[in-house]
Design a protein around this ligand. Sequence first.
Ligand code: GEK
Length: 242
Amino acid sequence: MTNKTDNIYASQTNKLAFSFDDQVAEVFPDMIQRSVPGYAEILKNTAKFAEKFVSDNSHCYDLGCSLGASSLAMSTGISAANVKIIGVDNSQAMLDRCRHHIENFKHSTQIELHSGDILKFPIENASMVVLNFTLQFIAPQERKALLQKIYQGMLPGGLLLLSEKVCFADERDNSLMSDLHHQYKRENGYSELEISQKRSLLENVLVPDTLEHHISRLSELGFSRSSCWFQQYNFVSIFAVK
Ligand code: GEK
């Protein structure tokens, strides 16, 4: 995978909104690693969840697969037989690089990549579905229907892994967590200009829900149990079992 440093917003940008274009795809591993607290930990545990939940003759989905890091993490953990991992993304720039990356990375489970909108993509026979930092980019009014479609395509006992940036009901907590997150980015070499430009470009593009909203929606949809297993500041990962 390319390890190019993200300096897209180091000087004044004239972009109006964030998008997953070629420029972002090129520096994506560096960008996500330096911006999302816990990203490496979540990937490591994506493999561990896969080891426990993926069953023989089933499908695994990586929705919003970007460069395929979660697909490759699942493949590391899977010991079940006759499993297919299906990665879906609607950014062609991401998928082109993802294809190349997956071809060059040793993996024992078959990984199939699709260009498409996860809102329309069929889900079936799924023992594991991963939404690592993707639901936050889906329009809030579409989220429940997407999760319902995922639930319907899952096998009983199957696992949904949902990692997200979240917000808080108390405005003081929002600003505390957001300060700590920005400090984390500063410690990872981002400047004030980079942090503030990224923040305004993501406004209305990345729309977080509260953790409580995530958990209650999963329960309303019928998941038998769900819990937050990881949190650092305003970044969480939730598991939900059908
Ligand atoms: C990882 N999961 O490395 N349909 C398909 N793809 C979409 C859609 C959509 N409607 N909306 C957004 N995407 C990855 C990281 S990144 C998270 C996921 C981030 C895709 C989008 O093109 C991008 O590749 C991905 O979702 C979100 O574990 O950048 O913070």
